[in-house]
Design a binder for this molecule. Sequence first.
Ligand code: SAM
Length: 211
Amino acid sequence: MSDFNRDKLVDGLRKKGIRDERVLKAIAEVHRELFIPAAIKHHAYEDVALPIGQGQTISQPYTVAFMTEALKINEGDSVLEIGTGSGYQAAILINMGVKVFSIERNTELYNKSLKLFDKLGLRVAVRCSDGTLGWNDFAPYNGIIVTAGAPSIPENLKKQLAVGGRLVVPVGDKKSQILKVLTKVEEDRFLTEDIPQFKFVPLIGREGWKE
Ligand code: SAM
C-alpha cells in the first residue's frame, strides 16, 4: 500500500478538523492495512469503519483521530483502552510514545491482537476481560479511551483515571451515541464535554450492555 494513500487520508482528516500534528503523524506512519483482513486491504485508507470478524469493526480513522486528539496525552503517559479490536488504535497510541494497556472481551480478537502486536514488535499490555471494570493494577491512567458505545459511564473507569486525566467514552443507546470527554479536575469532580453524532458497536459487560 503506497504512502500516497496514507497521505491522502491524513489530508482528509486535516480538512475534517483534526489539528493535533502528533495524531496526524501517527496516522501517516501506522499501516492500517496490517490490522484488517487481507481481502479488504484495498479499503484500508478510506475513512470508513471496516469489519474485522466476530461481528466487530476497526473504527473509522476520523473517529480514531478525534478520540486520540481528545485524550490530550503526552509522551510517556499511560492510557487504558477498552476494546482492543484489531489493535489499530493501540498502535496509534504506541506511535505517540504512550504506554498502552488494552482490554478486549472477545477471545478470538484478543488472541489475534496479541499475535499481531508480537509480530510488529509493539509493546502493548493486553488482557482478555470485561473492560467496564477497568484494569486496577496499573491505575491511575492519564487517559482512558473506550472504543465501544456504553449505556452509561462506567464508574470503575472514572475511579481509575488520574487527576488531570481524560476519559473519552461514547454513551447513548445502541443506535447512536454522544462522545463524552471527561476531565478529572480533582478526586470525584469531573468536567464533561459532549460531542454529538458518533456510532459505535456496543460495549458489553457488567457496567455495559447485557448480551
Ligand atoms: N479499538 C479498536 C480498533 O482499533 O480496532 C476498535 C474496536 S471495536 C469498534 C470495539 C471493541 O470493543 C470490539 O472488539 C468489542 O469486542 C470490544 N468490547 C465490547 N465490550 C467490551 C468490554 N466490556 N470489554 C472489552 N472489550 C469490549
